[in-house]
Design a binder for this molecule. Structure first.
Ligand code: HXC
Length: 258
């Protein structure tokens, strides 16, 4: 267990568990907390004992947004000087899989944090939303961009302008989340999936992640060029030799992540 002020971190069986831990304020994200999350994700990305990173919230919510108390007196100038969004950019550079298990509320910055996750497993009670408009602001950590890429501009505008919350069922329908589970088992189900993913050849996992995100941003042609390079590169790994040899010898492969 590592010591932090606003998060808990634990590594068990190749899986890093990052738990948002300000339950009294529904895990409202202050800047130090975001910094701790980013710093920890980067450390986990470098740690050979970790194959998958899980992110979830202690208490009644995943996260009810950025800390409004901290933000209330901000000015445009101090926001520029703080450059806090650089931390959010770093989250998108993490190479290992990040799986979010969300429950309660995932609002504003909390929703944006969920959208940074590669996969989302959600409790049936979860409510997603961008209530920023009710505070006369707007999402600032990727919300307008990532939501639009997932659901298209027409639906994204409707949600962002309404500030209303969407249910797990709606989030499923708009391809924001992967699965829903009863609240009591969502973490266990996420861990179950993470265990399987942790056993996969890690360089394939990593290169697939990179290539899929290129599909979001690149043209089809450029994305395919990128995919091809990663495909070839995997033939430089020991795991590729082992995977194909094991198939031909009709045995289980023993992957080493190299
Ligand atoms: C600071 C927050 C908070 C937040 C909740 N709390 N959300 N504090 N920032 N975002 C605090 C409450 O003030 C309260 O503290 C305690 O958590 C419990 O919340 P309640 O409101 O009493 O709970 P409930 O009645 O169940 O209502 C839950 C809720 C509501 C609907 C989620 O708390 C709410 O509307 N929160 C704000 C949601 C929001 O606007 N998020 C977007 C923020 S802007 P006390 O001390 O009174 O017990 C944003 C911009 C991102 O995220 C920009 C990029 C980073």
């Amino acid at each position: 267990m590592f010591d932090h002020q606003f998060i808990e971190v634990e590594v068990k069986e190749k899986i890093a568990h990052i738990r948002l831990n300000r339950p009294k304020v529904l895990n409202a994200l202050n800047r130090k907390m975001i910094h701790e999350i980013v710093h920890t994700m980067e450390a986990m990305d470098r740690d050979d004992n970790v194959k998958v990173i899980l992110l979830y919230g202690n208490g009644k919510a995943f996260a009810a947004g950025a800390d409004i108390g901290e933000m209330a007196e901000d000015t445009a100038v101090n926001l520029e000087v703080l450059n806090q969004f650089a931390d959010w950019d770093r989250l998108a550079q993490v190479k290992k899989p990040i799986i979010g298990a969300v429950h309660g509320f995932a609002l504003g910055g909390g929703f944006e944090l969920a959208l940074v996750c590669d996969l989302l497993f959600a409790a049936e009670d979860v409510k997603f939303g961008f209530p920023e408009i009710n505070l006369a602001v707007m999402p600032g950590a990727g919300g307008t961009q990532r939501l639009t890429k997932l659901m298209g501009k027409t639906k994204a505008l409707e949600w962002l302008w309404s500030g209303e919350m969407m249910s797990a069922q709606e989030a499923l329908q708009y391809r924001i989340i992967n699965h829903t589970f009863p609240k009591e088992i969502v973490i266990d189900e996420t861990i179950k999936y993470a265990r399987k993913l942790a056993e996969m050849p890690s360089l394939s996992v990593r290169f697939i992640k990179e290539a899929v995100y290129k599909a979001v941003d690149y043209s089809l042609y450029e994305g395919m060029q990128y995919e091809r390079k990663n495909f070839s590169l995997l033939f430089a790994t020991e795991d590729q030799k082992e995977g194909m040899k094991a198939f031909l010898e009709k045995r289980r492969p023993n992957f080493k992540g190299q």
